[in-house]
Design a binder for this molecule. Structure first.
Ligand code: NDP
Ligand code: HSE
Length: 441
């Protein structure tokens, strides 16, 4: 057999330790698939002395000098599972420029400054693979990057954050509020001690940027993504969604738009939204991820599976390692990132969406007319209106009523302006819930 392909592993935490385990357990199969054995040349960590249990690896391989490891002549491929922007970016640029292929799970870096990595890969004639960076184990980026390259993708809608999906699923199942569901997620180990990146939507926004870049051949960064988390979602919102035959999910939505003059652009957003129970994403529960792709010729495609965890993420990392190792042995590298379309990214105000609005209003003549007038002024068309006594019971609360209005599609700025104006009406006691509606409910 050919001489070994040698890996520098940067990071040996949740993901890295499972990469080591799988490399050990599957070494014979991996060697047969690649045509050469894989060997770990070294493992860079922060604390060499950390207890790593029964990890099947020689302790002498650990080092606190990632750059020194990357620069070694006997390293062919760099696998980065540390995370963060720096020093990871400097390490990977160094490796790629030196012609060493890189496999990374680092969504934050790819979303913040993927262009620098892609440019370095092109400069060094090296591969840059990052399947694990979005939706963990789910084979998703390779289909977008390769299998669907003959097609035209119009929309990608995904549940790409397991922690928030667990929380929203728990709220839906039990009627619990956000804080209670977050506590459960933390106790069960789904949510991290600091859940900000997940619950505020930063993690999903990074993944949305990566998906949009691949789907639309356009460089989209995390800064281009409109982001709202789930901290404001209430038990009342979840109940309203149920009443409509819907459920609430934190969605990442990347859509191609064409204006009347035929000019194309994209909008990329992450926010909670109501989707009908009949939508394929509605049944994605627990901490699972799923991504729904709509392409011109292929039609609708759904990718589903585990979006996080050591072993699932390591599976995606190793799939990439096999691909780049094979390329290396064949003396080739994959085509560089395609950003030829270079579409403009629209601001959120121009994104087309629908709103579900619940209002507590005075129950007297002229109220409906006043409310409808606000929608008319903002050029937002109402799809449905439902009125019931406030509080949901037949007796209501004195002279108040609850109005539930669902709009047709309109620019987000017009919908937001409608809500602002409604809040200012004397007959509107309160706007009790505002949620976007996706998926044709
Ligand atoms: P962990 O925090 O569990 O592990 C990080 C590893 O990096 C540790 O081994 C740590 O060393 C090492 N490290 C940290 N700083 C340095 C440094 N300056 N120099 C050298 N080594 C360093 O992270 P995860 O394994 O959870 O995540 C790794 C990457 O994978 C991230 O980019 C994350 O976003 C991504 N990812 C993670 C998923 C998951 O489910 N965990 C899912 C999908 C992607 P030490 O062991 O000594 O502390
Ligand atoms: N925190 C992320 C999640 C991990 O909850 O999905 C995977 O990126």
């Amino acid at each position: 057999m050919t001489s070994p392909v040698r890996l520098a592993l940067l990071g040996c935490g949740t993901v890295g330790s499972d990469v080591v385990r799988l490399l050990h357990e599957q070494s014979a199969d991996l060697a047969a698939r690649i045509g050469a054995p894989l060997e770990i040349a070294g493992i860079a960590v922060r604390r060499v002395g950390r207890d790593r249990g029964d990890l099947p690896v020689d302790p002498a391989l650990f080092t606190t000098d990632p750059l020194g490891l990357i620069k070694r002549d006997d390293v062919d491929i760099v696998v980065e599972v540390v995370g963060g922007i720096e020093p990871a970016r400097s390490w990977l640029v160094e490796a790629l420029r030196a012609g060493k292929s890189v496999v990374t799970a680092n969504k934050a870096l790819l979303a913040e400054d993927g262009a620098t990595l892609h440019d370095a890969a092109a400069e060094g004639g090296a591969d840059l693979y990052y399947e694990a960076s979005v939706a963990g184990a789910i084979p998703l980026l390779r289909p977008l990057r390769e299998s669907l390259h003959g097609d035209r993708i119009n929309r990608v809608t995904g549940i790409v954050n397991g922690t928030t999906n667990f929380i929203l699923s728990a709220m839906d199942a039990t009627g619990a509020g956000f804080a209670e569901a977050l506590e459960e997620a933390t106790e069960l180990g789904y949510a991290e001690a600091d859940p900000t990146a997940d619950v505020e939507g930063f993690d999903a926004a990074a993944k949305a940027a990566i998906l949009a870049s691949l789907a639309f051949h356009t460089r989209v960064t995390a800064a281009d993504v409109h982001r709202e988390g789930i901290t404001e979602v209430t038990a009342a919102d979840v109940a309203s969604a149920k009443a409509m035959g819907c459920t609430i999910k934190l969605l990442c939505i990347a859509a191609r738009n064409t204006d009347p003059a035929g000019r194309e652009s994209v909008s990329v957003r992450v926010h909670p939204a109501m989707i009908p129970l009949t939508h394929p994403l509605a049944g994605v529960g627990d901490a699972f991820n799923a991504v729904f792709v709509e392409a011109e010729a292929a039609g609708q495609l759904m990718f589903y599976g585990r979006g996080a965890g050591g072993a699932p993420t390591a599976s995606a990392v190793l799939g990439d390692v096999v691909a780049v190792a094979r390329n290396r042995l064949a003396g080739v590298h994959a085509a560089s990132e395609s950003a030829y379309a270079d579409l403009a990214v629209r601001p959120m105000g121009e994104a087309l969406t629908r709103y579900h609005i619940s209002l507590d209003v005075a129950d007297r003549p002229g109220v409906l007319e006043a409310v409808a007038g606000v929608f008319a002024r903002q050029e937002v068309s109402i799809a449905t209106v439902r009125q019931s006594p406030a509080g949901g019971g037949p007796a209501g609360r004195g002279s108040d009523a609850e109005l539930v209005i669902v709009t047709h599609v309109a620019p987000d700025a017009a919908l937001a302006a409608t809500v602002r104006e409604l809040r200012g009406l004397e007959i509107v006691r309160s706007v009790t819930s505002v949620l976007r509606v996706e998926g044709g409910a």
